[in-house]
Design a protein around this ligand. Sequence first.
Ligand code: DQA
Length: 140
Amino acid sequence: MILVLNGPNLRRLGTREPEVYGSTTFADLADLVQRTAADLGVTAEVRQTDDEAELVGWIHEAADSRADVILNPAAFTHYSYSLRDACAQLPGRLIEVHLSNPAAREEFRHHSVISGVADGTIAGFGTGSYVLALQALARP
Ligand code: DQA
C-alpha cells in the first residue's frame, strides 16, 4: 500500500491558479493515481489535508505500517520542521512530489525542508509527477 499524501490547498486543484497548477481537479488527480497504481499492480490511497497536525499523524501511521509514501507537502515543503521530523522516521521510501517546479518560481519556494529526508523528488510535470513517483516505487 502506497500512501499518497497531499498538503494544504491541493484539494482546490482545477480552480486554484490554473496557469500554475493546470485545470485538472483533485478528483481527477485521485483517479489518475488509482488508474496508474492498478496498471502497475500496486495499491494506493490518496488523502489531502490543510492541517499540519493531521498530515504529521498520517506520516506516523505510514511509519508504523512501514508504508511507502508519495508526499506533496505543498506550502509545508518550505517551512514545516515538524513534517520533516515526522518524515525522518519513515522506514519505507519517501518520494516528494510537486506539480510545479518550485525551483523556477519565487525565491521562498527554492528551499525544501523535506528533500533532505526524501529518497527523491519529482517536480514540474503536473499530475505526471505523481505517475513518475508511482512508477519509481513500483519498480522492484
Ligand atoms: C506545490 C509547490 C509549493 O510551493 C506550493 O506551496 C504548493 C504546491 C506544487 O505541487 O507545485 O501548494 O507543492
